[in-house]
Design a protein around this ligand. Structure first.
Ligand code: MN3
Length: 336
């Protein structure tokens, strides 16, 4: 019996101390990336810099709404996160991708499908190379150059600052990255010092086109791409704007906003319910429609209540507004 309890306690401990994010192993030893990337740079970059992002990310998400969320969900909703989460979630995701697409076994080629898409967008592989190198060279300070599958399912070259990436909802050009080049000085300074150009040239020699080609195919059907598209749901944004102005004012005992805008809120709820829902599976769509119907009904009830009663009590309005707010968050949570 005693042993069972001890066993039980130790397994509980393992669960308690399991970290949300962890450092991925490299596919090769640090030395194997020589001479393109020197061993010391690989070692520090992976075991110190990347480990640092992982450690700090685990600390930053603990107790936040992002606790136990996937890295994609963190990135997709990073506008609601702290700077610590933004920087370290980006750092973790970006470096994980970077290690995956590097191989010291040189001379791989893009798949037929990827090559066709590259040729359609850029003319030829060399033009993509030129474009990506330009993006990498012209990124001022620290950041990344990317090849992404954008919202239209097309290839695009972009670049972001610091540890941001194209999945984040704070970035202008969005999509799923399939190739990223780290242009932070920590990625090349030991060997190449200030010569970023030499380092970028070296990276092209060790790109794993097998992995990048697979990432291209995966990206085309990635739900992350669908989530990025759902950020373009104008009716949702319009409703949210009116709701947050009226609801948050009411929370602070200011009911003038909702007294002025109850009809507008109802109309936005109606437009939202009748809009095109840009998401995911049929099952999810059905659940979202249910929440939207509830939202519309509650907004109509609030509108009738305020219109019909010359002497309305703030308590009742607050209760109804809180219910609308909860239904709205049902919709948001289904998008997450
Ligand atoms: Mn780095």
């Amino acid at each position: 019996m005693k042993y069972v309890i001890v066993l039980l306690l130790s397994s509980i401990q393992i669960v308690l101390f399991a970290q949300q994010f962890s450092l991925p192993n490299l596919k090769f030893t640090y030395a194997e990336y020589e001479p393109f990337i020197d061993m010391k740079t690989m070692e520090i970059h992976h075991s110190k810099h990347h480990q640092g992002y992982v450690t700090n990310l685990n600390k930053a998400v603990a107790g936040s709404p992002f606790e136990n969320k996937s890295i994609s969900k963190v990135l997709l909703n990073v506008s609601n996160a702290s700077d610590a989460i933004r920087n370290n979630a980006g750092g973790h995701y970006n470096h994980t991708l970077f290690w995956e697409i590097l191989t010291p076994k040189t001379s791989s080629q893009p798949s037929e499908l990827l090559l066709k898409s590259i040729e359609e967008t850029f003319g030829k592989l060399d033009s993509l190379k030129t474009k990506l190198n330009q993006a990498a060279m012209s990124r001022f300070g620290s950041g990344w150059a990317w090849l992404i599958v954008n919202e239209e399912g097309k290839l695009q070259v972009t670049s972001t600052g610091n540890q941001d990436n194209p999945i984040m909802d704070v970035v202008a050009e969005r999509g799923v990255p399939i190739l990223g080049i780290d242009v932070w000085e920590h990625a090349y300074y030991l060997k190449h010092q200030n010569k970023r150009n030499d380092y970028i040239y070296a990276i092209w020699s060790i790109l794993d086109w097998g992995v990048i080609s697979q990432k291209y195919e995966d990206a085309l059907k990635d739900t992350v791409l669908i989530s990025i598209k759902s950020d373009n749901w104008p009716e949702l944004k319009a409703f949210h704007k009116v709701m947050s102005n009226t609801f948050h004012a009411a929370e602070k005992k200011d009911f003038t906003q909702i007294m002025d805008r109850h009809q507008e809120l109802m109309i936005k709820a109606f437009l939202l319910k009748n809009s095109e829902i840009p998401v995911l599976t049929i099952d999810e769509r059905v659940l979202i429609v249910k929440s939207l119907e509830k939202l519309e009904k509650q907004s109509m009830e609030l509108n009738s209540f305020i219109s019909a009663n010359k002497k309305v009590t703030n308590g009742v309005i607050m209760k109804k507004l809180t219910a609308i707010h909860a239904s709205f968050h049902e919709v948001i949570n289904r998008l997450l």
